[in-house]
Design a protein. Structure first.
Length: 285
């Protein structure tokens, strides 16, 4: 079973917002990454140009809409595998769909007819490709619905860009990120150029390679800690709840529980350094 397939088991989704622990973790992460992302949006987007936006893996749409709040939204269409609640705004629509469904293109065509969308100006795909089996196939279908010179924003994780110094304990804990079925493919960031090129998107730039503890204040640094280690904890708990139990992961769970406060203390020390591999690419069609 691939990691992408493991996200949903028996209709249960580790990333669903009804999961209180995961909702809180995602809120911390999105607040942390807001400034990180906005520097890039502001570089590429014109505040005076009305935009048709297709948001892939939008969750409940709130975090993306916050990012686009200062821009003129003609139509925002958010797609995610979780159940969606509609807003009362005519230019904002949320839909539940598997982005790897064979009929995805037909699904989007119908939305565009219903919403009178002549083409998308922006494709937004944040923290998505680590959980998709064939993202280039998905993008190939979606590309034909984009306007000329449309932009695609892609942020994904790559643990190969992690640099940890000053705590052997934190260094050990970070290795747990790639040890459960529910954390996605942790080295997907480096694959983004090939994924985009394979989908026919050849004008691609790497804007950022990560976020560093040196650029964060104490509150933000603590949010980064919980973004990482609550995710590991939630993933291990998810395996346990689904009876996916191994001796190694039981040991990891106990080690994490026993050392969580020590990990946080090390992480918050002034002389500790972490560069965490959030990679942000921009492509132009």
């Amino acid at each position: 079973m691939s990691k992408r397939e493991s996200i949903i088991e028996k209709g249960d989704n580790i990333f669903k917002t009804e999961n209180n622990q995961e909702r809180q973790r995602l809120l911390l992460q999105q607040n942390l990454l807001y400034d990180f992302d906005m520097q890039i949006y502001s570089k590429y987007l014109d505040k005076n140009k009305p935009l048709n936006i297709l948001d892939l893996g939008c969750n409940d749409g709130n975090t993306s809409l916050r990012r686009f709040a200062n821009y003129s939204i003609k139509q925002y269409v958010g797609l995610d595998i979780i159940e969606q609640k509609q807003t009362d705004k005519k230019n904002i629509s949320l839909y539940q769909v598997d982005l790897e469904d064979d009929n995805l293109d037909q699904f989007i065509e119908k939305i565009m007819r219903d919403k009178n969308i002549d083409g998308f100006d922006v494709i937004n795909a944040l923290a998505l490709f680590a959980h998709i089996k064939n993202p280039s196939v998905m993008l190939s279908k979606i590309k034909r619905f984009c306007k000329k010179d449309a932009l695609i924003f892609v942020r994904n994780i790559d643990d190969g860009f992690n640099i940890c110094y000053g705590s052997k304990m934190v260094e050990k804990g970070l290795k747990f990120l790639d040890k459960t079925k529910f954390t996605g493919f942790r080295y997907s960031g480096r694959q983004i150029p090939k994924i985009l090129y394979s989908a026919g998107i050849t004008n691609v730039k790497l804007e950022k390679t990560g976020i560093s503890t040196l650029e964060l204040d104490k509150i933000e640094r603590n949010a980064l800690f919980h973004t990482i280690f609550d995710f590991i904890k939630n993933s291990l708990d998810k395996e346990n709840s689904l009876k996916i139990i191994s001796v190694q992961n039981e040991r990891r769970k106990e080690w994490l529980k026993h050392n969580f406060e020590k990990l946080e203390k090390d992480f918050m020390r002034d002389d500790f350094f972490l560069h965490f591999g959030f990679m942000f690419y921009v492509g132009r069609l």
